[in-house]
Design a protein around this ligand. Structure first.
Ligand SMILES: O=C(O)COP(=O)(O)O
Ligand SMILES: [Mg+2]
Length: 300
């Protein structure tokens, strides 16, 4: 059973135990453009205590550089190297693990965050924000030419998803037998300002259904994300805690990586899923209402 934290002493001993703090973003630090109350204060407190803070987000709509700008606006100085997004991890996977040849391309369903990270990694792409694909005109095969250099389809959150993008991706995946099917992340939903919205997993789901194959997921809970962090940062898993709002991504990711886990209730997971009559089999080590609760540490 998860330990429910509530007293200043609980938070003090938690902070004492862990040196590296990995933070999920949507639903932990903010909901869209609304920061979670006290989240930035807690990050400052942890830094003052000499803790290493790392951000691990499945949200591929933004690149690491644009997340840095978001932190700047919220008053927290963050280095790009402290931010690990699933768009970045996907670009690294394509260039260094898959080793997509330089003359090959990725067909993107997604937003500018994916495009920026692919460009940074020197990976060519088509699709994405290209106006030709962002159309509500009916898709017709008579107007489509298969680009034989497409070696992978990468699907992430795309708030302008349409039939043309799905149809083109379907053509690449079914007419080129070696075309890889990748997803930045497969979160069914995500916490936005004002409520929950459809997530990246619900964008790739129709495509997966059509091709009869699931994509390889790069983001949490997949180990690819942890491999990406481990390539850059040295941390002791026993002294590391993953803070998240979703059980089947953040908490599972932490558990599979041998990290401690703290669930907050400001995002996707509701209290009933851990304490109700049919609780989730994914049980975090600790639970607290909000990351802002850790402000109690600064007051000791
Ligand atoms: O946007 C998502 O799907 C989830 O993003 P998160 O990992 O920061 O919660
Ligand atoms: Mg989250």
């Amino acid at each position: 059973m998860a330990a429910r934290l509530s007293s200043a002493q609980d938070y003090e001993s938690l902070v004492d135990q862990y040196d590296t703090w990995m933070f999920d973003c949507d639903g932990v630090l903010w909901q869209g453009s609304n920061p979670v109350d006290g989240a930035m204060d807690v990050l400052q407190i942890l830094r003052h205590r000499g803790k290493r803070v790392i951000f691990v987000t499945n949200n591929a709509s933004q690149s690491r550089k644009s997340y840095k700008k978001k932190f700047d606006k919220l008053g927290l100085e963050v280095h790009v190297d402290e931010i690990y997004g699933s768009a970045y991890a996907s670009a690294v996977y394509i260039s260094t693990v898959m080793k997509l040849p330089k003359d090959k391309k990725v067909f993107v369903i997604g937003m500018s965050g994916i495009e920026e990270e692919l460009t940074e990694e020197g990976v060519s792409y088509i699709g994405g924000t290209d106006p030709a694909d962002n159309t509500l005109e009916p898709f017709s095969l008579s107007n489509f030419t298969l680009d034989t250099s497409v070696g992978a389809v990468l699907c992430g959150l795309d708030t302008s998803i349409n039939y043309t993008k799905l149809s083109k991706a379907y053509q690449y995946l079914t007419r080129n037998p070696v075309c890889e099917f990748l997803a930045t992340n497969t979160d069914s939903t995500y916490p936005a300002a004002g409520g929950t919205l459809i997530g990246a997993g619900s964008i790739s789901a129709p495509l997966a259904f059509a091709v009869g194959k699931e994509p390889l997921c790069i983001g949490k809970p997949a180990k690819t994300m942890l491999d990406c962090i481990q390539a850059k940062v040295h941390f002791d898993p026993k002294k590391t805690i993953m803070v998240g709002d979703r059980l089947n991504t953040d908490i599972l990711f932490g558990q599979q990586g041998g990290l401690a886990t703290l669930l907050v209730l400001t995002g996707i997971t509701k209290e009933i899923e851990i304490t109700g009559p049919s609780p989730s089999p994914i049980v975090p080590d600790y639970v607290t209402a909000s990351i802002g609760d850790l402000r109690a540490v600064g007051k000791q």
